[in-house]
Write a protein that binds this ligand. Structure first.
Ligand code: NOJ
Length: 536
């Protein structure tokens, strides 16, 4: 495989959350024309590709992850012609383009689901979803006791008394992948977009398509729901391992047949890639998704939650790298995304966030950056009445959901709504976000933005960085992480509150996440919460 064929193996991929990126038409919601306007900015970061969260026609009950027509663009974002223009312009800026695809469910507004509602029990229309009669004397109980990941039952009842399954919102009915029509429709969608020149797909809930034992109650659905929250503190590691390694609706072996068929489609085009979203346990099961005849990449979500702790980082990184190497797949790294807290807020410190970002960028494989991460944006906060995430709405605020990390990007500290929109933004803009505006960070040599740009430039140019070359972890004192990459790169991170003195023969300082790093007589002085890249 040539470097161009395998561009994705060590690519830096910038995630755009289209609603919150840039609004060109003043309706308060980001759009494709806004993304096109912002492409020079994204290209200036030194990334290889953009991944767009969904832009398809949707009633937008779950941030467009409720798709009513996967082969058309939602009018809020623009038109099919705008999407084609975006693909072309991105390519002209040297950026590959990855779209989301959402095969676990459709929106209840999709014509198939509307037809299913109008049809009878046991009809072919209903067989595209999971429709069942209820239990109990009058069918008044759902067919099983599974919970929705968004709170409440995973079943909703239709007017004629049957229930349908939805692992997410009630407006996101799960598709029945035992039905060949479902396969055929998704294959059509893949060709539709690949034929329009996109370079890959991010596959939503890629581990969820196949369900088993649908009519059997789970032994402890509430505990399972807790175990499924990636940031759960309510279950022990042992409980989690036990619950997640044997559950009926995620990570079933049958799902791999689907990706084997998809890979054949991808292989029919040039240089295309897929990245699956999957929360599986144990993480060694991630490797199943990236066997040579399945997907190209799989998200590793460990780092979305990783503590700023050298031992934990080392354990996680070395485990993930070695698990994926068993199938020859490159690892992926993501420190935040549209579903999880922003890095700076999670670690509670800009210093730690930069230090973690710098060490992550030195790991082998592919790096994902979520829009605004490069600005050091913290999470936003807003009252329940302003929240839009179905998690917040379904739980009536018991869980505030994901709107905090979806607040629109600040472009210009002097403009109305910091340049995101001339209208009224769909989520309230945060007063403090002016300090993080792109225009102001561009001017400040010490800004997070310029730190990310320097990092990506060195990662791109240095022969030891990016790539998949080997990594060797060093024996270090507690709280210090050290590793080398060939040729000639040494990385140290100090996750403690104290300055560290590290004996090391190195020639020069390539890059550092904070001030105060120095060398003298082969002794490195590494301040607290700082990462350094050294040249041997
Ligand atoms: C994962 C997506 O990232 C998330 O935003 C969405 O709510 C669920 N899948 C359901 O599609």
């Amino acid at each position: 495989m040539s470097k161009e064929d395998a561009w994705w193996r060590d690519a830096v991929i910038y995630q755009i959350y289209p609603r919150s990126f840039r609004d060109a038409n003043g309706d308060g919601e980001g759009d494709l024309a806004g993304i096109i306007e912002g492409l020079p900015y994204v290209a200036s970061l030194g990334v290889d590709a953009i991944w767009l969260s969904p832009i398809y026609r949707s009633p937008n009950n779950d941030g467009f992850y409720d798709v009513a027509d996967p082969r058309d663009i939602d009018p809020l974002f623009g038109t099919l012609a705008d999407a084609e223009l975006l693909i072309k312009e991105a390519h002209e800026c040297g950026l590959k383009v990855i779209f989301d695809i959402i095969p676990n469910h459709f929106s209840s507004a999709h014509v198939w689901f509307q037809a299913a509602l109008a049809a009878e029990a046991s009809s072919p229309e209903r067989a595209r979803f999971h429709f069942y009669d209820g239990k109990g004397e009058n069918g008044e109980l759902p067919p099983n006791n599974w919970n929705s990941l968004f709170t409440g039952s995973a079943w909703s009842r239709t007017d004629d008394g049957q229930y349908y399954l939805h692992l997410f919102d009630s407006s996101q009915p799960d598709l029945n992948w035992d039905n060949p029509e479902v396969h055929a429709d998704f294959e059509k969608t893949l060709h539709f977009w690949l034929g329009r020149g996109i370079d890959g797909f991010r596959i939503d809930v890629s581990h969820g398509l196949v369900k088993e034992n649908i009519l059997v109650d789970h032994r402890d659905p509430d505990l399972l729901t807790k175990a499924l929250r990636i940031d759960t503190k309510d279950v022990t590691a042992e409980q989690r391992a036990e619950l997640l390694s044997d559950m009926p609706f995620f990570d079933r072996d049958g799902v791999h047949e689907i990706y084997r068929a998809w890979r054949k489609i991808f292989n029919g085009y040039k240089n295309r890639m897929t990245v699956g979203e999957a929360f599986v346990y144990p993480t060694s099961r991630l490797a199943h998704y990236v066997r040579p005849d399945e997907l190209h990449q799989i998200f590793n979500f460990d780092f979305l939650l990783i503590e700023w702790n050298a031992e934990k980082i080392r354990e996680s990184a070395s485990r993930v790298i070695s698990e994926l190497s068993t199938v020859g797949a490159p690892p992926t790294w993501a420190l935040n995304n549209h579903d999880s807290p922003r890095l700076v807020s999670r670690l509670g410190s800009v210093k730690k966030a930069r230090a973690l970002a710098l060490l992550t960028a030195a790991l082998p494989g592919s790096l994902y950056i979520y829009q605004g991460e490069e600005l050091g944006l913290p999470d936003g906060d807003m009252p329940l009445s302003a929240r839009r995430d179905p998690i917040a709405l379904r739980s009536q605020g018991a869980d505030l959901g994901r709107d905090g990390c979806r607040v629109p990007l600040p472009w210009d500290e002097h403009a109305e709504n910091f340049g995101f929109t001339s209208g009224s933004p769909w989520l309230p803009q945060m007063a403090g976000y002016g300090d993080y505006a792109i225009a102001s960070e561009v001017r400040d040599p010490e800004s997070s933005l310029n730190f990310y740009k320097r990092t990506l430039k060195i990662r791109h140019d240095h022969p030891a960085l990016g790539g998949e070359g080997s990594i060797t972890f060093l024996d270090t004192k507690p709280g210090i992480l050290g590793f080398t990459r060939v040729p000639g790169l040494i990385v140290f991170a100090n996750t403690t509150d104290e300055q560290a003195l590290i004996p090391i023969e190195a020639q020069s300082l390539l890059h550092q996440s904070g001030d105060g790093v120095s060398f003298a007589a082969d002794l490195l002085t590494l301040p607290a919460h700082t990462t350094v890249w050294l040249q041997r």
